[in-house]
Design a protein around this ligand. Structure first.
Ligand SMILES: Nc1ncnc2c1ncn2[C@@H]1O[C@H](COP(=O)(O)OP(=O)(O)OP(=O)(O)O)[C@@H](O)[C@H]1O
Length: 281
């Protein structure tokens, strides 16, 4: 494993009854990079996320996360709450999952609930505001305000999250995940349903977070303008197997990837490439 490898997935397989959703998949994501996981519908992208974040226990394989400190965590062996707390992996979902009746600020405070409870020592006196809880509570509010500023949502802090536009809700989900201080943030289709202006704002937000915090991203995305614009590294899946792995430029021109997206047989790819000029995906 090279020294800047953050996530190493080795021989990952996931079976659902008779269906092999992921088959012997291996890839790496490097620290400080944006790695995109792409592929046609049903290729297994969300299943990979679910294995990394502990929602599913893989049928086979190893998933190693190496923190900045050098400490390694075998994610396939950890329950999901320890993956968040100890391995510092956070995620967002394909379908937005906010508390729509709570305010924007409250959504970010709820995300920090576990840390606040630990600071309270799980006692009534702690909760009533003695020492550590008070300090942790002030820090949680500061952290929430910081990420609301970064996500351009500070003016909406007291509005119910459900009142935000779709694009703003997506940014709020990212701000909420950032409040947990992740080293790896897994984003499941963050640009889905966004208009071009909102997509641009999302690109800026992700690149800004990376520059400011060094957080690494693993991204599932169908919007190729987002993938090609912001990814350092792209892994392509088809039917649960890796068919390409490299720079955006490399995968964009890989005949296997073109074939997978166009749904043509391998032998037809050369003919397709000959008729299509660039920007194929
Ligand atoms: N819990 C489950 N039980 C049974 N089959 C599942 C389960 N989760 C996923 N699958 C199947 O595994 C395959 C991969 O699904 P997955 O959602 O990972 O694909 P995807 O690449 O994320 O697709 P999309 O781009 O449409 O979101 C699909 O055939 C899906 O039906």
């Amino acid at each position: 494993m090279s020294s800047d490898t953050l996530l190493k997935v080795e021989h990952l397989s996931m079976r659902f009854g008779g269906l092999m959703a992921i088959s012997d998949l291996s890839f790496e994501a490097r620290r400080g990079e944006i790695t995109a996981l792409i592929g046609p519908n049903g290729a297994g992208k969300t299943t990979v996320f679910n294995c990394i974040t502990g929602f599913y226990k893989p049928t086979m394989g190893m998933i190693t996360l190496t923190r900045k400190t050098g400490k390694q965590h075998l994610l396939e062996r950890l329950p999901d709450f320890r993956i968040t707390r100890e391995a510092k992996v956070a995620r967002t979902f394909q379908n937005i999952r906010l508390f729509s009746g709570l305010t924007v600020l409250e959504n970010l405070l709820v995300a920090q609930h576990n840390e606040l409870m630990r600071a309270s020592g799980y006692t009534i006196l702690g909760l009533l505001g003695i020492g550590a809880y008070n300090r942790a509570s002030a820090a949680a509010i500061e952290r929430a305000k910081h990420w609301l500023e970064r996500a351009d949502l500070i003016d909406r802090a007291d509005d119910p999250a459900g009142d935000l536009s779709y694009g703003a809700q997506r940014r709020l989900e990212i701000a909420r995940a950032m409040c947990t201080g992740p080293e790896l943030l897994c984003l499941d289709e963050p640009a889905a349903g966004l208009n071009p202006r909102e997509s641009l704002a999302l690109n800026g937000l992700l690149q800004g977070i990376r520059a400011e915090t060094g957080t690494s991203f693993l991204l599932i995305e169908h919007d190729m303008s987002v993938v090609m614009e912001i990814s350092d590294h792209v892994v392509v899946l088809e039917y649960g197997q890796k068919i390409s792995d490299g720079t955006p430029e490399h995968v964009k021109n890989d005949p296997k990837v073109i074939a997978a997206y166009l749904g043509v047989e391998d032998e037809e790819v050369e003919a397709v490439i000959a008729t299509v000029e660039g920007g194929i995906l």
